[in-house]
Design a protein around this ligand. Structure first.
Ligand code: R5G
Ligand code: ZN
Length: 670
């Protein structure tokens, strides 16, 4: 099951035919540079190329009115003057004799993608299309959009495949008001959008783009707007919103399909968005969505006007859909104050609808609302904006070179090597140097040659992961504590290495050497442990340990991922203690999510009795999508309390744990 790529050069055959400074950015080259970058990087070849088709009238009428469709149908026959005239009805858009044809192909491309994925022919995919879709409404074109490609695709998926819940993630920097209007009373479609807003000063200047517009009637809570009130948002700002809003709600919602309004004008260098998130952020955004809906992610191009940034971002997205390990996250220095204000507003507006964020703080009565326009600050913003115009420079994302071996395993005799994995159990004798070191350090009283062989193989595995010959690994060991110590000692020996140790289940984790910052240990257990000993040992105590999926996922999304991303390890050591109580599906979600760290270098340790878990673990390490957890119920109040109190205690040290802006005392406050 591969990745679909849907593209047709025909969609480059329309352009602006008159002078209009606001419209000149939407050019055919947007598609050609994106596609050429995919071809030149070899990514296009690795995808399955699926032909586009024209959306039918019936498809288009799923979202648009007959009158509007009839009107657009006349555009191929109009003269230049008539096209200009027609365009004026809508504004913020342009027409061309061939745009109707292209708009049918763009919507049809989204439908071909949905067909490929929902028939099970393809795992996921991306459609490179023009014109974009997310602004177009039932009876109106808007913001370069003619037909609402993604909205049509969502309706089509529901109608043709009986899909019950669709998540639409709109990471374009503009508000897809067309998508919002289409589904605002529909609880079967959860629409999430972040967008440049600047207290309504930014296009399309709508009151209904603000955080307090949450959907209507039965659809209340199923529309999530995250307004950005400043330009220059960075990787941390985007990831914070994913960790603390989108992902908890998305897991609770449990979509059967994820559609992405994949606009890249939210990336650095874009003249419209004026944001500063680097192209590699799209690898992470994509990766974080890929364990929802059993991996059924369909990305459809929307905006993106800096051709360099656009092409790089498209490549990052497609390479991630293909399952290649994601790059180390960069520039994570915590969300800015304005982003935290937005985060806080959105969480408080939605806490009544979603149990996963019910514990969020209410807005203080003085309300740092996005509606509150701070005049004093606006002058400063203008100055900032001028300098951050188009001369933004950023390094080209490094090439993501996959390891020769994706997943290697170290297993005791008698346990079969899972499919597609490399078995490392050393037939040859262990390296005598390593063997001697072990005897001295760990195996004083034992002449346990089995243990020696296992540990040597484990070290060999860790070493080859460090050299990037092997991406991820799995070892079954007799003595988990000793194995942890071996790996930590070995890995931490290199100067720049950091190891994130994630332990699920009770049992003592060797925490010696955890205060130098070279290891960060997070342990999930049901046993109240002593108070946290040091900054780098974080015990997470859950009432039913890891048995309750809701409580566990809340801790993973709201605590472990932000900590992990900020810590930025070079290796993730994931340890499953005996009797962890974690079920396979939750375990697979955990492995999938953790592979966003350390370039996918995840090393799993389990006790040798856990043979039954080898298959599922290997599958996740190989990059298979985790199965959906189903709709999650409310987490236990005790667990919410435990996770929240930890988060509040740790947020001074770890900025990605913040969800509210720090109090500021200043003249502009009152
Ligand atoms: C496009 C306009 C104005 C006038 C004309 C830019 C996008 C996107 C959407 C819309 C625009 C803005 C034509 C046009 C604005 C105007 C990019 N969406 N836009 N008039 O995803 O006052 O401001 O990429
Ligand atoms: Zn846009």
């Amino acid at each position: 099951m591969g990745t679909a790529l849907i593209y047709d050069e025909e969609m480059t055959n329309y352009k602006l035919l008159w002078v209009d400074p606001a419209c000149k950015i939407e050019v055919p080259e947007r598609l050609t540079v994106s596609y050429e970058a995919l071809v030149e990087s070899g990514l296009a070849d690795r995808c399955m190329s699926i032909p586009v088709r024209e959306a039918t009238d019936a498809d288009i009428l799923l979202v648009h009115s007959e009158d509007y469709l009839d009107a657009v149908k006349t555009t191929p026959y109009k003269t230049l003057e008539e096209l200009k005239e027609f365009t004026l009805q809508f504004g913020d858009v342009y027409f061309h004799p061939n745009i109707y044809h292209c708009a049918k192909l763009a919507a049809g491309a989204a439908l071909q993608l949905v067909d490929s994925v929902l028939t099970g022919k393809m795992r996921n995919g991306m459609a490179l299309v023009r014109p974009p879709g997310h602004h177009s409404m039932c009876s109106a074109a808007s913001g370069f959009c003619v037909f609402n490609n993604v909205a049509i695709a969502a309706k089509y998926a529901k109608q043709k495949y009986g899909v019950k819940r669709v998540l639409i993630v709109d990471w374009d920097i503009h508000h897809g008001q067309g998508v919002q209007y289409c589904f605002e009373d529909d609880p079967s479609v959860l629409y999430f959008s972040w967008h440049r807003y600047e207290h309504q000063k930014y296009w399309p200047h709508l009151r209904e783009s603000d955080f307090d517009i949450v959907g209507k009637e039965k659809g209340a809570g199923f529309n999530i707007n995250v307004p950005w009130n400043k330009v220059g948002m960075q990787n941390s700002d985007y990831l914070s919103v994913f960790f603390h809003i989108l992902l908890p709600v998305a897991y609770e919602f449990s979509p059967d399909l994820v559609l992405v309004c994949a606009g890249f004008d939210s990336g650095i260098g874009d003249p419209e968005g004026k944001m500063c998130a680097t192209p590699d952020i799209f690898a992470h955004l994509t990766h974080l969505l890929m364990n929802l809906a059993g991996g059924k992610v369909c990305a459809v191009l929307e905006g993106g006007y800096n051709l360099t940034s656009l092409a790089q971002s498209v490549c990052q997205t497609v390479q991630t859909l293909l399952g290649d390990p994601v790059p180390r996250p960069s520039n994570l220095d915590g969300p800015c104050k304005s982003a935290l204000e937005s985060l806080h507003c959105v969480r408080s507006a939605h806490r009544r609808y979603w149990s996963s964020i019910r514990h969020a703080a209410d807005l203080p009565s003085c309300e740092i609302s996005t509606k509150h326009i701070k005049l004093a600050e606006d002058k400063l913003d203008k100055e900032e904006e001028e300098k951050s115009a188009e001369e933004e420079v950023w390094p080209q994302p490094p090439k993501r070179v996959p390891s020769a071996i994706r997943t290697a395993v170290v297993l005791p005799e008698g346990v079969a090597c899972p499919d597609r994995c490399k078995c490392l159990m050393s037939a040859e004798d262990p390296d005598p140097l390593i063997a001697n070191k072990f005897r001295e350090n760990f195996l004083k009283d034992a002449d346990d040659s089995d243990a020696l062989t296992t540990l040597s193989s484990l070290i060999a595995l860790a070493e080859r992961m460090e050299k990037n010959e092997i991406c991820s690994g799995l070892a079954l060991v007799r003595d988990i504590s000793m194995a942890i110590m071996c790996v930590i000692q070995h890995t931490a020996a290199a100067l720049s290495n950091r190891v994130l140790v994630v332990c699920v289940g009770d049992g003592k984790v060797p925490s010696h050497g955890t205060d130098d910052g070279k290891t960060l240990v997070v342990q999930f257990s049901s046993k109240k442990s002593e108070e946290q000993k040091c900054k780098y040992y974080i015990p997470v105590c859950l009432k039913k340990g890891c048995q309750d999926a809701s409580g566990f996922m809340q801790a993973v999304l709201g605590l472990l991922l932000p900590l992990g991303y900020e810590y930025d390890p070079s290796l993730v050591l994931l340890v499953k203690m005996p009797d962890s109580g974690l079920c396979d599906t939750v375990w697979k979600q955990l492995i999938g999510l953790l592979q966003g760290l350390a370039q996918g270098h995840t090393l799993v340790l389990m006790q040798d009795v856990e043979r039954a878990c080898v298959g599922p673990t290997a599958s996740s390490l190989l990059g298979d999508a985790a199965p959906s957890l189903g709709q999650l119920h409310a987490p236990l109040p005790e667990d919410v309390e435990a996770v929240e109190s930890l988060r509040h205690r740790l947020k001074a040290d770890w900025k990605l744990l913040q969800t509210t802006a720090p109090e500021t005392r200043g003249a502009d406050e009152h």
